[in-house]
Design a protein around this ligand. Structure first.
Ligand code: ZN
Length: 355
């Protein structure tokens, strides 16, 4: 019987080497260790053995049983690993391979609008400046004449960087996601390269309730001129020219005096709503973009406060500055006749591919 067990072991070893699927392995196990399997078949004869022989055969049989079980488990793992290795090989992505399509995609409507604005302002003699999206309190608020406890800080609900990072920083150094592009004004003035004639396009962040005109992350374009003898009239002409170039010659621009706590004088600027006035897509009384007023608030403009100039080491007696900011998203909505600028952020290819 010992020889029979030995033969069975050899037979098993021979068989398992050819197995390459979980089903075949299961059958093999059943064939050798199952109730009606080969091992049990041999052990049927054990009852006829002497007690001394039984003491030898039982441990041998057990050893063989364990050997077969272990080999089956190892084989199971090996089959699984081979399967994953093959999958990995079959599904390997070659990032350098050519994509079999002519569809190369295109710029997002907000990028298209931003690039157009950049071109228009460059043609008017401006240069582009950029700044960090994670700002500190000093550049985002303090140096813009918005000290702590100023109501303007409440108007712009701010995303602060996590307490873990901010808790050990002194006042003014605490980090936040910039609420406007104006910190770049300060950074540019501090470079002391006068005169200044810049635009600052970029992404800004506010903790806002989202609706047709508001999103918590949006794009602004800011414009700053610091020069001798510049006036609000210069600002008005530049803006009017830029808007007509960007939209249509018939676009009307309306200035409304306004109070911003940190600038003076200031104006809010509306343009005639392209969506309900010209597109024919939306009826005036249903237009959410202009709330059925026919005018959309797209920009705001201000003379730079003398204190802001002084804080940036610019002499307000000699130089004056004026600036405006605009919502690129809202301008894109007006330009492309989209009823809500929020739709630009919803990754809707059907929408974006139209432009
Ligand atoms: Zn409208």
């Amino acid at each position: 019987m010992k020889q029979q067990l030995e033969n069975l072991k050899n037979e098993f070893i021979e068989n398992i080497t050819t197995i390459d699927s979980p089903e075949a392995l299961e059958n093999l196990e059943k064939n050798f260790l199952g109730k009606k399997g080969k091992l049990n078949d041999i052990l049927k004869g054990i009852k006829d053995l002497s007690n001394d022989d039984k003491k030898i055969i039982w441990p041998e049989a057990n050893k063989l049983k364990m050997f077969i079980s272990e080999e089956v488990t190892n084989k199971k793992i090996a089959i699984q690993e081979a399967k994953y290795a093959k999958l990995e090989e079959d599904e390997k992505i070659d990032v350098t391979a050519e994509y079999p399509s002519n569809n190369k995609g295109h710029k997002h409507p907000i990028s298209i609008t931003s690039n157009l604005l950049e071109e228009i302002f460059i043609s008017l003699g401006f240069r582009i400046e950029d700044g960090p999206q994670v700002e500190d309190e000093t550049h985002n608020f303090d140096k813009l004449n918005i000290p702590d406890n100023h109501p303007a800080r409440d108007v712009w609900d701010t995303f602060w960087v996590s307490d873990d990072i901010n808790k050990n920083k002194e006042a003014g150094k605490k980090n936040l996601l910039r609420t406007h592009t104006s910190p770049v004004q300060i950074r540019t003035m501090l470079k002391w390269e006068l005169p200044i004639k810049i635009i600052v396009p970029g992404r800004v962040f506010r903790y806002e309730q989202e609706d047709a005109r508001h999103t918590c992350n949006f794009y602004q374009l800011e414009w700053l001129v610091v020069w001798k003898g510049v006036t609000f009239g210069d600002l008005k002409w530049t803006l009017d020219t830029a808007m007509k170039k960007l939209l249509w010659d018939s676009t009307e621009v309306r200035f409304r005096p306004s109070i911003f706590p940190f600038t003076e004088p200031s104006a809010e600027i509306d343009i005639s709503c392209q969506l309900c006035k010209w597109s024919g897509k939306v009826k005036w009384e249903n237009c959410k973009m202009c709330s059925a007023t026919g005018w959309v608030e797209l920009l705001w403009a201000w003379m730079v406060h003398p204190k802001v100039l002084k804080d940036a080491w610019v002499d307000p007696e000699e130089y004056s500055g004026f600036a405006f900011g605009m919502w690129i998203d809202r301008i894109a909505a007006q330009r492309f006749w989209v009823s809500s600028s929020r739709m630009f952020y919803q990754s809707k290819l059907k929408l974006n591919e139209q432009f």
